[in-house]
Design a protein around this ligand. Structure first.
Ligand code: MG
Ligand code: MG
Length: 272
């Protein structure tokens, strides 16, 4: 059952999403060769608590940390550890927070220094596919329209679209209805409704779409060990249209990137 949110609840959810956005911005300013994912995890936890929020992943389904840290061939759900990041790595960082009883949940894949051109392109196309999907999240459309759009955009580049892991409704629970696959058929699945909030999160592989679950019960890697990227935003339907609740603006500020990619998905321009 889809839990519809009131305008007031959506504004609370925006605050939860922005706790995560600011945390990822903080991480963006320090993620570089030599730092470990466990160091970043501690900083993220502090940053979330400093904002009067609670880490959303810590303890959820018994996950041991604040951030899911998935380098290179890891798709999602990687556990922070003491291995330093090195030049040429990519690291997918997924972060959740709870504020006012609502979850924020979004993710970004960072390049560590110079990365291979083919990996850079994977990051670019995966992020673009996120917006391609968000554009379809509107009244009159269905779950399959979002999935179809993301799948087509990525498969046209020869990439593998992960099947086993999907986006989801978001609210007082981390995973609400509906599931939001990154693949699908046009016009299929549940109809979108005013006031629903979802996390849209393409997980896209440079090679095969097939994945493997590791013995730790968490880490997921690509079967062919080629890199995988993950970008995620929290989005509501307001006045029939997609409205972004999360932002990458803090990340872009930290990295010195100019971007207007989010503007079409907001009623009002986002001000840092
Ligand atoms: Mg997430
Ligand atoms: Mg999610």
């Amino acid at each position: 059952m889809i839990v519809v949110k009131t305008r007031e609840e959506i504004e609370l959810m925006r605050e939860s999403a922005l706790v995560v956005s600011r945390t990822l911005g903080e991480i963006a300013s320090i993620v570089k060769p030599g730092i470990t994912t466990l160091q970043l995890d501690k900083i993220a936890e502090e940053c979330i608590r400093d904002q009067g929020a609670i880490p959303g992943f810590l303890g959820l389904y018994d996950f041991p940390n604040t951030l899911c840290m998935s380098p290179n061939e890891q798709v999602v759900h990687g556990i922070p550890n003491n291995t330093p990041l090195v030049e040429g790595d990519i690291i997918s960082i997924d972060c959740g927070a709870i504020k006012n009883d609502f979850y924020g949940d979004h993710a970004y894949t960072f390049p560590i220094g110079e990365i291979a051109p083919e990996t850079q392109k994977l990051l670019q196309i995966t992020k673009e596919s996120l917006y391609v999907g968000i554009r379809e999240f509107k009244l009159g459309n269905r779950v399959g329209d979002v999935g179809y759009a993301i799948q087509k955009y990525c498969e046209d580049q020869g990439y593998g679209v992960v099947r086993e892991l999907v986006g989801h409704g978001l609210g007082r629970k981390m995973h609400e209805d509906p599931e939001m696959p990154n693949y699908g058929k046009r016009g299929r699945g549940k109809k979108f409704i005013e006031g629903q909030v979802v996390a849209i999160e393409p997980m896209i592989n440079l090679g095969t779409h097939r994945i493997k679950q590791h013995r730790d019960g968490w880490t997921i890697t690509t079967l062919d060990k080629k890199p995988s990227a993950h970008f995620e935003h929290d989005v509501a339907i307001l006045d029939g249209k997609p409205e972004l609740l999360s932002t990458f603006a803090y990340i872009y500020k930290a990295l010195g990137i100019e971007s207007n990619e989010e503007d079409e998905f907001r009623k009002e321009a986002f001000v840092l």
